[in-house]
Design a protein around this ligand. Structure first.
Ligand code: AKB
Length: 318
């Protein structure tokens, strides 16, 4: 049987997607790979794990050959704030890494799931009800790599018939692994601080609306899209997917409904604010809903209740 490979498996999405894929397809059929980040004990113990470097084609090819891989979930990427601090690294990982994965997929006949992001939009994109197909002129290195990645995936499908698929993820909120250097990270940190200090100092301004999604829905999106009949897909790559849109005041109010003493103030990070100001306030994800039945399960209130419950347990256990 062909196996599934996950790159970036120790990262925020990878750590949970790998376990979900193992539960669905069998532990030994899902190969977790990472570059430097140490995997959690659960990830390491539950199935194969190997260190690879996606920026090196042979490193990807060897693992695909060794495990007879049929599908690659390519999650290894540098997020937006780190990409602004280290643009050359972002290009190497986000572009050369994806190119290598696509080349290996072409040679070995693999399908590829690649996340794009709300970061693929820019200041001239319509920010409200952002259409599926619209202006994409981002002015960040992260955005440049995401748009190029979307186009590269489309190209490999059209030119070589590689079964490429992907979504534009919004900010992802989770209680297992922390995100590493994104603009939307505040929406995760706020829950940790709400439990630890009942106060949060936010690095984005009140009124900064962004699309967001709870991790179980992010995982569902990846699995549902990869399991969709190819004939139903008109877009294939870069589907807008969203579950909710809020600003820091709205998420704070949602936390306050569970923790009434919670308070928020602001110390704005100009780099992150500059990035967030060019991203959609809310995306239109009707193409994903129509083509492969995208339907999120969590709204803000359901997510807040679950995040606070799960994090309280986790922080108590130490
Ligand atoms: C980031 O903030 O960089 C990511 C993203 C929205 O792509 N979470």
């Amino acid at each position: 049987m062909k196996t599934i490979l996950v790159t970036g498996a120790a990262g925020q999405i990878g750590s949970e997607l790998t376990l979900a894929l193992r539960e669905r397809y069998g532990n030994d059929n899902v190969i977790a790979t990472g570059h430097k980040t140490k995997p959690s004990d659960e990830l390491f113990a539950s199935g194969p794990f190997q260190f690879i470097n996606c920026a090196n084609l042979n490193s990807v090819a060897e693992v695909v050959k060794k495990y007879n891989v049929g599908t690659i979930h390519h999650l290894a990427a540098i997020l937006s704030a780190v990409a602004e601090a280290k643009p050359q690294l972002a290009w190497d990982v986000n572009i050369n890494g994806l190119y290598n994965v696509l080349e290996v997929a072409r040679e070995y006949g693999c399908s590829v799931f690649t996340p794009s992001s709300i970061g693929a939009f820019g200041p001239t994109t319509p920010l409200d009800d952002t259409p599926q197909d619209t202006i994409q002129r981002p002015n960040t290195m992260y955005g440049v790599t995401k748009v190029a990645g979307e186009l590269l995936c489309d190209y490999y499908f059209k030119r070589y018939g590689v079964d490429t698929r992907g979504v534009r993820y919004p900010g992802i909120i989770s209680n297992v692994t922390l995100p590493g250097g994104g603009t939307t990270d505040y929406a995760v940190e706020i829950y940790y601080e709400a439990i630890k200090k009942k106060h949060y100092t936010c690095n984005l301004k009140a009124g900064t609306f962004l699309d967001m999604m709870y991790m179980p829905d992010a995982i569902k999106a990846a699995i549902d899209l990869m399991e969709a009949e190819p004939g139903v897909l008109k877009h294939r790559n870069a589907f807008n997917v969203s579950a909710m849109s809020f600003d820091p005041e709205i998420i704070a109010a949602s936390i306050r409904r569970q923790i009434p003493e919670f308070s928020i103030d602001y110390d704005v990070d100009p780099v992150k604010q500059g990035i967030a100001d060019t991203w959609p306030n809310n995306m239109n994800d009707s193409a994903a809903r129509a083509e492969w039945g995208w339907q999120p399960e969590y709204d803000l209130e359901a997510m807040t209740k679950d995040m606070l419950k799960e994090l309280s347990k986790k922080l108590k256990e130490g």
